[in-house]
Design a protein around this ligand. Structure first.
Ligand SMILES: Nc1nc2c(ncn2[C@@H]2O[C@H](COP(=O)(O)OP(=O)(O)OP(=O)(O)O)[C@@H](O)[C@H]2O)c(=O)[nH]1
Ligand SMILES: [Mg+2]
Length: 646
């Protein structure tokens, strides 16, 4: 199946699952069994489904044909070249294409001068007022093409201004013979966001088109945050150039490392293969020439040649627009598309499916066991009350004494449970505190205080190293506290679960491993950037300072998320157990109440039995409705979930 069809199916699957989750949400509201935890989990699941985005980032040196490849892969069906590729000018700022239903179609452009501010790109994204906005008319190709020209805008500024922006590099200027230039041409825009109501974007595709090395090297946030958070990076080479020194630099410094660290998928493309075709030679020579180029490039990059996809973006675009099947085949685009399906789309779908299934299964099995238990208890009670010999006073006494004893034991257990919970509360507070904002901020502030304006790049880098070490220590401590908390929670859960005989209540433990992984990635990527060629060779304090601020804001964000999750977990971890305990109490109380009533007046027997019978009706309905929800998700995708809840 091709990329478009697979993406469409994935979007449909998400809609269907969201519909079933909504059904369950109504069910728990109707029967009053929702709690803060389940409501929040369901909301998170629905958000994860509706906000799902698959980001493909295209990165390479300039003029390798990234933009043309994007046109050919995703936008050819529009019948024209959507994104401009220019022979003279190149894409000079990163461009992100996506769909946001909340607003009309637009291009938003962020001024290059924002590099001077201490605000991250992520923060700028949240604030639409900082961007220049151009409205787009999706129905008008001419208007779209005209508006997109703005992405190329450049301006001349003084060397000093360029230097302040971190866009003046003496080594590069000397290579280009521009050392004496008074004025420097710089891009007007730092970043562009394009909201477009294109069908593929509507289904969750998001595309990042990046400019070459000159931008990758000076925008740490792009290489450290934005590229690693994509699902896949498509690295593009051009057949007419092979792997040049600067291609290799991009590959080593910004692609290969990021990709292996952040588990981003990677596709390497050798574009422009059409250039290798000689009018006088035949197909066999053409194929041989492609193979030779592939082998050579693979050897330089240290890759298996099977992993490089030879394509002609230009041929593919023309072929798709003109519906020329033969030319499309010649462009070899299909194998790149199936690689994107197999390596990106399907695994992504599987992992979201897994996450949704795990969480949803937890809630469903909790509801199912609670409603089964209520039903079975009501049924047992009915059978028992029907069989009681109400004339046998001795038997009635025995039953009453036994139930009172159960009530006493229950109260004692509750007391013990409350005492254990107090111990838990203290431990959980230690966990939440170990991740608190003030802890992270203290480390950061100390590090910031040591930064003075006249530090050299070398010293700045040393300070960053020190900050990394301290942040690692902080996390290490939090992990220790989290392990202690997990052991305590497991023990309490086991003890009371066994005591009450609640075998089906699952325990959700809290783990910092995901956050630990994220922080390690940030620090390791920062480390690579810190020691990368461009930042060591030149006195790039602007860039290094940006890197420093970026690491601070990324690490802060991860700690903040971990802190929030720990707080949420602290509140919710014992909720299922407490709900079962409450239910247990209700059952004992109602049994005692009825026994008392019956032993006082035999006339109440029939009335009580009728009452118990009536109580069964809504319980049966409740159970049947829940089972209908479970059946609704009885599809191949949910096999795992169904076996666990049936
Ligand atoms: N012959 C040939 N030329 C191509 C192909 N793909 C792109 N080009 C040309 O290569 C030039 C650069 O293409 P772009 O798509 O702008 O390249 P890019 O990698 O986006 O370049 P930057 O935006 O500057 O980083 C343009 O003149 C394209 O027409 C191809 O498959 N074959
Ligand atoms: Mg481009």
């Amino acid at each position: 199946m091709d990329f478009k069809t697979q993406l469409h199916e994935y979007a449909q699957w998400r809609e269907e699952v969201a519909r079933i989750i909504e059904m369950y949400r109504e069910w728990i509201d109707r029967y009053g069994v929702s709690n803060a935890h389940s409501s929040e989990t369901l909301l998170n699941l629905l958000n994860a489904l509706s906000r799902e985005r698959i980001t493909l980032a295209f990165a390479a040196e300039f003029s390798r044909g990234k933009t043309e490849l994007i046109n050919a892969l995703f936008f050819a069906e529009m019948g024209f070249r959507l994104l401009p590729v220019a022979t003279e000018r190149t894409t000079i700022c990163p461009v992100e294409l996506f769909y946001d239903a909340a607003t009309s179609n637009y291009i938003r452009l962020l001024k290059i001068e924002t590099r001077l501010e201490d605000i991250s790109l992520i923060e700028y994204r949240e604030n639409s007022a900082s961007w220049k906005q151009i409205e787009l008319d999706y129905e008008s190709p001419a208007q779209l093409q005209e508006a997109f020209k703005e992405l190329f805008a450049v301006k001349k500024v003084s060397r000093e201004h360029a230097n302040n922006l971190g866009l003046w590099n003496e080594v590069e200027a000397s290579e280009l013979g521009l050392l004496d230039a008074e004025e420097i041409e710089i891009p007007c825009w730092r970043y562009a966001l394009i909201n477009l109501s294109h069908p593929l974007l509507k289904q969750g595709l998001c595309i990042l088109d990046t400019p070459g090395l000159s931008v990758l090297g000076v925008e740490p946030e792009l290489t450290l945050n934005i590229l690693p958070s994509a699902e896949a990076i498509i690295f593009v080479l051009a057949a007419d150039r092979g792997v040049t020194k600067s291609d290799l630099k991009v590959w080593r410094n910004y692609i290969n490392n990021v990709q292996s660290l952040a588990k981003v998928q990677l596709a390497v493309v050798m574009n422009k293969i059409d250039i290798l075709q000689d009018d006088l030679s035949g197909t066999a020579e053409y194929d041989l020439s492609i193979t030779e180029h592939l082998n050579k490039s693979a050897e330089i990059l240290g890759l298996n040649e099977q992993l490089i996809f030879p394509v002609s973006a230009r041929q593919a675009l023309v072929a798709k627009i003109k519906h020329d099947a033969e030319l499309l085949e010649k462009s070899h685009l299909a194998s790149l598309e199936s690689c994107l399906v197999d390596k990106v789309l399907l695994p992504r779908r599987k992992s979201l499916q897994q996450a949704i299934v795990n969480n949803f299964r937890f809630l469903l099995s909790e509801s199912l066991s609670l409603s089964e238990e209520k039903y079975e208890y009501a049924l047992d009670q009915l059978v028992e009350f029907k069989q009681i010999d109400y004339d046998n006073a001795e038997m009635m006494d025995k039953l009453l004494t036994e139930t009172r004893q159960r009530q006493k034991t229950y109260l004692l257990n509750v007391k013990n449970f409350q005492a254990s919970r107090q111990v838990f509360v203290v431990q959980a507070k230690a966990l939440v505190d170990s991740l608190a904002k003030t802890k992270v901020d203290t480390v950061i502030q100390r590090s910031k205080d040591e930064l003075t304006n006249n530090l050299t790049t070398y010293h700045l880098k040393q300070k960053i190293q020190l900050l990394f070490d301290e942040l690692r220590d902080l996390l290490h401590h939090a992990v220790e506290v989290s392990n202690e908390t997990r052991d305590l929670t497991t023990e309490i859960h086991k003890k009371f679960g066994n005591e009450y005989g609640f075998k089906d209540v699952e325990l959700k433990t809290f783990s910092l491993s995901e956050y630990q992984f994220q922080i390690e990635c940030i620090l390791e990527e920062g480390e690579i950037f810190r020691s990368s060629a461009k930042t060591t060779m030149t006195e790039q304090t602007v860039v290094v300072k940006k890197l420093y601020n970026l690491i601070i804001s990324s690490v802060r964000e991860v700690f903040n998320q971990a802190h929030q999750d720990a707080r949420h977990w602290r509140k919710s971890v014992f909720l299922p157990l407490m709900q079962e305990i409450k239910e247990h109490k209700k059952q004992i109380d109602s049994r005692l109440y009825m026994l008392r009533k019956i032993s006082g007046s035999k006339a109440d027997v029939a009335e009580n039995i009728a009452f118990l019978e009536a109580k069964l009706v809504p319980l049966v309905k409740q159970r049947t409705e829940l089972q209908a929800i479970i059946s609704a998700i009885k599809s191949g995708d949910y096999a795992e979930l169904v076996t666990r809840t049936d």
